[in-house]
Design a protein around this ligand. Structure first.
Ligand code: MN
Length: 465
């Protein structure tokens, strides 16, 4: 028995050694000698040689889709003789074994490859938390129920949001409008600066009012402000109603961290990618069925505030809600993306060209900065509305971690938009400058001339970096 054992150990040792030699030789050949376009990103993960050394099973890992794996396997089978001949030239073996190729599908390997390719290291628990998204606490659920009770018991309701509504502001507001309209409430939707042109094709956009004079002397049972702080960002609706709102008639539903509105009816979820996420849960918590229109509005909110689900605010919650909304016929991802993002005018593109000309990069501090003057707007027959997404062009530059876009307003002041690409938190900076926003997307207004504004921005940012 002892002798037999020794003998088989010896045999294993020999076949292992051969296997190791073959593994190295075949890897080398696949990488450097084999010129078959069907062979994908392949590595030899293991070679097993039979005890008589006549047969070698070669396990290869192929990164890619199943058909790519299949093609690679076919190519390797076809090249078997070529590979054998090369092995024969480079490795001295008693027998040149027959080669049989197999795909190695071990999970461990594909995981490793994914990590190598995307350069993703171990996720920190904080990142993981961010990815998981919105979690409703018992308190949130109670608040959402209270808000619904108040809405159901009110007769006259004012809906508003931040001035120059964006897709999320519009979508969140109009989904609530639709619900209230179904309850036969008297609802007024007021937005300072009205509905932006790029959203005007959406149903109900004609219901949005933008007339200060029609509001004066009006009274509402409830004032609802969505996707915005009431005091700082809504414009004239705040000026008109600031003395009429109180802890019990002002509802604020928002996801902006700097929102300070103090009311018993506030729900602020800063981890929500869009106010539309909170509105979605408002409907769910209160068992309010969605319809085609509401689903469309909410999807527009998610799609725009996440910039086509590509920004860091996109979480599993966002994608979960999006997938639920896709069940409605009106939610057509391709069509909506085209409508909202690939619908630029020539003037807009020319304006972008002018902005690009102004971009400068501070390589040391990784700041990209550019501006649009009133003159550029005039030359291209465009307005501020046409600059949606322009700051992302600056952010997309290699070596830029903070993107700054200055846009001159009709009164000559500069509105400054900032985007952060890495971990840098923009909030302390914009707060210092009297503005607000999110950690990675924020802004403020400067009354200084262009050169001074740029100078002060760069000086302050460099201090903080
Ligand atoms: Mn929003």
């Amino acid at each position: 028995m002892k002798i037999e054992n020794l003998d088989s150990e010896k045999k294993f040792a020999r076949s292992d050694r051969v296997a190791e030699l073959l593994k190295r030789a075949i890897s080398e050949i696949i990488q450097n000698k084999l010129k078959d376009s069907r062979v994908g990103f392949t590595t030899v993960s293991a070679v097993k040689v039979s005890n008589d050394l006549r047969i070698a099973n070669v396990y290869v890992s192929v990164f890619g889709k199943n058909y790519e794996k299949k093609q690679t396997l076919e190519a390797l089978e076809d090249s078997k003789q070529f590979i054998r001949t090369l092995i024969g030239k480079n490795v001295i073996l008693k027998y040149l074994p027959d080669l049989h190729f197999f795909i190695d599908d071990s999970l461990d390997y594909s995981e490793k490859m994914t990590n190598i390719i995307s350069g993703i290291k171990q996720q920190s628990s904080e990142n993981l938390k961010k990815k998981i998204g919105l979690e409703l606490t018992d308190d949130d659920i109670q608040k959402l129920k209270n808000i619904n009770n108040r809405l159901m018991n009110a007769e006259r309701i004012l809906l508003t949001t931040h001035l120059r509504a964006d897709g999320d502001a519009f979508g969140s507001l109009m989904s609530i409008y639709n619900y209230l309209d179904g309850l036969n409430k008297k609802v007024k939707v007021v937005i300072d600066h009205g509905c932006p042109q790029y959203l005007a094709w959406l149903p109900d956009s004609g219901l949005i009012e933008d007339n200060k004079n029609l509001l004066i002397d009006k009274n509402f049972d409830l004032y609802v402000c969505i996707d915005s702080d009431f005091e700082k960002r809504v414009g004239y609706p705040y000026e008109i109603f600031k003395d009429k709102v109180n802890d019990n008639n002002l509802i604020v539903i928002d996801h902006h961290p700097e929102t300070i509105a103090n009311t018993n009816l506030k729900i602020l979820k800063t981890e929500a990618a869009a106010a539309a996420e909170i509105i979605y849960y408002f409907f769910k918590v209160n068992d309010i069925p969605l319809n085609d229109k509401i689903a469309l509005y909410l999807y527009v909110g998610l799609l725009t505030d996440t910039w086509m689900f590509s920004q860091e605010n996109t979480t599993s919650t966002t994608l979960y809600i999006a997938s639920e909304l896709l069940k409605f016929e009106t939610v057509q991802p391709y069509q909506l993306t085209m409508r909202l993002f690939e619908n630029k005018t020539l003037g807009q593109t020319k304006l972008l060209g002018k902005l690009i000309e102004t971009i400068e990069v501070d390589e040391k501090y990784k700041i990209g900065i550019g501006h649009i003057s009133l003159e550029m707007f005039k030359e291209t027959n465009t307005t501020e509305e046409d600059t949606e997404g322009f700051v992302n062009i600056i952010r997309a530059l290699k070596g830029v971690n903070i993107a700054v876009l200055l846009k001159q307003q009709k009164d000559g002041k500069f509105k400054v938009n900032l985007r952060s690409k890495d971990k840098f938190n923009l909030l302390p900076f914009v707060k210092k400058m009297g503005g607000g926003g999110h950690i990675k997307a924020a802004g403020f207004t400067s009354e200084l001339p262009l050169i001074e504004t740029k100078k002060i921005i760069l000086e302050e940012l460099r201090k903080m970096l």
